[in-house]
Structures are given as C-alpha cells and as structure tokens.
Design a protein around this ligand. Structure first.
Ligand code: HAM
Length: 457
C-alpha cells in the first residue's frame, strides 16, 4: 500500500485533506496511526463493547502483550498460519537461549487468557467466569486493506461452562454489540467441529477423500494432509477451494453428544432471534476448537459476496467458538471454554463504509472570553474553576478582540462561551452564550457551574 493511500484512509471525511511533508521515518509496514479525527469511531466502539460486557456479565481482564512462544504453539497449533508464518518472535537478551524460552507477541487473546486462568487459580473462583478484554494483537501477515500486522480485538470468553447456553451467550453478545454499533448486513456462519471423538472420525474420512486428490492440491496442503488435515479446508488457493465442495462435512460426522450440543446452541440462537446460516466448512484458523465454530461477516457489495464463496476470512469481522480441550493442552485441569474476538479495525472500517452516524465529540465544552485587564484576570480564575468542575474548557488570552475570541470558540466547536467584560468582572457576573442558537443571558458567576451542569450533564 502506498504511503499516500495509507494516509488518505485515515483522514476523516469531515476534515480537509491537507498536503503534508513526509519526515525521515515512516510507520513500519502493516501498522498505522489512528489520528484524533478518527478516534470518535474507535471510542464509540470501545465504549459500546464495555457496555455490552457489563450487561452480559463479562469482567475485564488484561493479559501481557507477550508470552512464551510455546504457549501459542501448543494452543493455536504449530501448523496454523498464525504460528507457522505470522508469529512475531521477540529477540530479547537472556530469553533466547532455548526454544522453550522464546517469547512472542500475542497473536490473539484466548491462549493468554487461558494461561492466566490456570496460573492465577481462577478455576477455584465461582464458575463460570466471563472475561472480556480489548487490545492490540500482532500477526506478520501480508498487509492489505483490513489486514494489519498490529490490529485490535474485542474479546469475550466464558470459562468453566459446557452448556450450549454459553455458546449462544457469546454469539448473542456479539450480535447485540453489532446492533448497537449500527452495523447492517451481518451474517453469522456457524458450524460444529464436534468433540475429540467426532473430530478423530472426521479426520479419517477427510484423509480418504483427499488421498486420490493429492496431486491436485497446493504444496502447503500436501503438508497439511500429513500434519493437520483440517487445515486443507482453510486453504485460500483456488485449486484447493474447488475440491472442498465435495469434501465430507464435520456436521455429517458428529457423534450423538456433539449433535445434541450443536442442536441446543441453534435452538438458543433461534429463541434469541439471532440470524445465522450453517456453513459446514468453517474450521477456523486456530487448532483449539471443539464443537461450535463460527464467523461473523458483513456483506456489503457484490465483490464481497464473490469473495465469500472462497476466502471468507478476508471479510470476517469476528470469529470464535468452543475450546473444551485447550486448558488441558496447556497443562491445566480440564476446563471448558467458549469465546469470540471481533476485529476492531474492521468494525471501524465497516462503520465508516456504512456511514454509521457517530456523534461528533466536541473537545471543548466551554470557551471563556475575557476582554480588558480586569476581565482577563477574572476569566483566568473562571477557567480554573470550570476545569476543576470537570468541563472541557479553553480560552485564548492572546486574541485581542472579542470578535477574534468568538471565532476561536467557533473553531473549537464549543457548546457555550462565557463572556466577561469590564462590567461583568466588576459585578461578579458573566454572559452565557449558547453557540448554536446565539442566545445570551446574564448569570451570577456563583451559579455558573450548577447552570452548566444542568445543561451539559
Ligand atoms: P480470529 O478469527 O483469528 O480469532 O480473529 C478474530 C478477528 O480479528 C477476525 O475475525 C478479524 O476481524 C480480526 N483480524 C484477524 N486478523 C486481522 C488482521 N491481520 N488485521 C485486522 N483484523 C484482523 C481469534 O483471534 C480467536 N482468538 C477468537 C476466539 C476467542 N476464539 C475463542 N475465543
């Protein structure tokens, strides 16, 4: 992506595009700055996620940005793209002596949260535990629109609950969050990979299906055939996608317990009025899934729909599922889990594309104007009082006239301007000017904070 194109993506439509001078340094490939004029979308999405977390009972957890690389290897799977190609290994000082001490930037949250659950004895807290986090994750991917080397995720996890309700609760939380964000054309595609026994049976069937097709598969899939056959279904090569259509499906190979769980999840989703479609080929790009696996897509245009047929990962704004064997795989007691991560970068891009109206957050609530020496001293005191009362307040003592100060207030999009002239300074009064209507009124300075509280809070 050219520097010009990358920059133009993050300029708010409302802001004028001004030419800039490039300095000696540019952001590293695949990462970007999120400038103040774009923050209103991010803030809106983060606040909505926090509110959804609150009402659905998820408690905040923060886990480290880096972990032992072996944790990701063991949980996500050494044959997945995320581990085999995209993991950022950190070359520290003493940590790089042995492989098991290698550190890596987190490529997702689930593994770190599972590690934290075991390490901090969360299994001894009342179960289930619902956790939520937001932060950046790192994957060394080929940069393109919607695919960054540092991206942000909103993550929800339910640990210690094997019920179908937990799976549905995770999906419902996302559904509600996307609704609050005003995102339209949501498509939830769901599948079941079944429990370990079902997966074993399915792997065997898949091997027999692909055996006569080996000469037609890409070189990576030949390796996948030997090491992790499920990954073939995740391949984005046209030659491999073609053969996927007739491959056996996971759903047709579920044992009774897995079928029962999946049917119960769908039942809950029906009761919650969550629209979904079955996609029997969703296997997800991470190895830890058992039972439910799903992806959340947004279809906007024809070209998106075309992409959906093959590489639907391109468009996913979220994905998740159940991972009942993960805790054991990383050395903990057997504990069930189910979760989801939504890509915040993609959510913001969709919100902008779908022209979701996000209230413009005016930075300045109150502008204080004081003309004349005595008025200026009074204005300075008032500024401090208003800042301490919690109002975003500005003033411009260097502007010589009332006209130029009002111009500044307009530029800052202040809600109110407090005007103090010589008379007001003498009387301990001020004029409140509503910047939208232009209506002005005289008030006593002693009442100012409570009047502003009534109007702005
Ligand atoms: P994931 O599908 O790998 O799942 O990532 C979740 C979401 O992160 C994707 O649907 C996408 O929106 C976003 N995303 C992924 N890669 C990028 C990228 N390079 N640039 C921008 N956005 C991206 C997980 O990470 C699992 N941990 C989800 C989960 C939670 N499963 C159970 N619990």
């Amino acid at each position: 992506m050219s520097q010009q194109k990358q920059k133009s993506q993050i300029i708010d439509d409302e802001d004028p595009v001004t030419p800039w001078i490039k300095g000696s340094f540019q952001a590293a490939r695949g990462v970007r700055d999120i400038l103040p004029n774009e923050q209103k979308f991010w803030q809106f999405a983060r606040q909505a996620a926090e509110e959804i977390a609150r009402i659905f009972g998820f408690r905040r957890i923060d886990v480290p940005t880096f972990e032992n690389a072996a944790l990701f290897d063991r949980s996500i799977g050494s044959q997945t793209d995320i581990i085999a190609k995209e993991l950022y290994l950190i070359s520290g000082k003493d940590e790089i002596e042995t492989t098991d001490k290698l550190l890596a930037l987190r490529p997702e949250f689930t593994a770190g949260i599972a590690r934290a659950y075991i390490e901090n004895g969360l299994q001894f807290w009342p179960q289930p535990i619902k956790l939520f986090t937001i932060g950046s994750v790192f994957r060394h991917e080929k940069p393109q629109k919607g695919r960054y080397r540092e991206h942000f995720q909103i993550d929800f996890e339910i640990l210690g609950d094997d019920s179908a309700k937990a799976d549905a609760w995770i999906i419902l939380s996302c559904w509600e969050l996307l609704t609050v964000l005003g995102i339209k054309n949501i498509e939830i595609q769901i599948n079941s990979l079944g429990n370990a026994e079902s997966q074993e049976k399915y792997r065997k069937k898949l091997k027999s299906y692909y055996k006569p097709l080996l000469t037609k598969l890409c070189s990576t899939c030949l390796e996948r055939y030997e090491k992790n056959i499920l990954r073939i279904l995740d391949c984005k090569e046209v030659s491999c996608i073609k053969h996927k259509e007739n491959a056996p499906t996971t759903i047709d190979n579920l044992n009774d317990a897995s079928k029962k769980h999946f049917m119960a999840v769908l039942n809950f989703l029906d009761s919650f009025n969550v629209a979904y479609s079955l996609n029997p080929y969703i296997v997800r790009g991470l190895d830890y899934y058992t039972h439910t696996a799903f992806e959340i897509l947004v279809s906007n245009a024809k070209e998106d729909k075309d992409q959906l047929k093959g590489a639907h990962h391109q468009l996913a704004i979220g994905g998740g599922g159940r991972y009942d064997d993960l805790m054991k795989q990383i050395g903990g007691n057997a504990t069930c889990g189910v979760g989801v991560a939504l890509g915040l970068d993609r959510l913001v891009e969709i919100m902008k594309k779908q022209k979701v109206q996000v209230k413009h957050q005016s930075h300045t609530e109150i502008f204080v104007s004081g003309i004349g020496a005595r008025a200026l001293t009074r204005a300075k005191n008032l500024v401090l009082d208003l800042l301490r009362a919690g109002f975003a307040t500005e003033f411009a003592p260097d502007k010589p006239s009332f006209r130029s100060q009002l111009k500044t207030a307009n530029k800052l999009e202040a809600n109110y301007t407090i005007i103090i002239g010589e008379r007001e300074a003498h009387d301990n009064t001020c004029i409140i000017r509503d910047m939208k209507s232009g209506i002005q009124e005289d008030v006593s300075c002693d009442e100012l904070v409570s009047i502003l509280n009534e109007r702005l809070r």
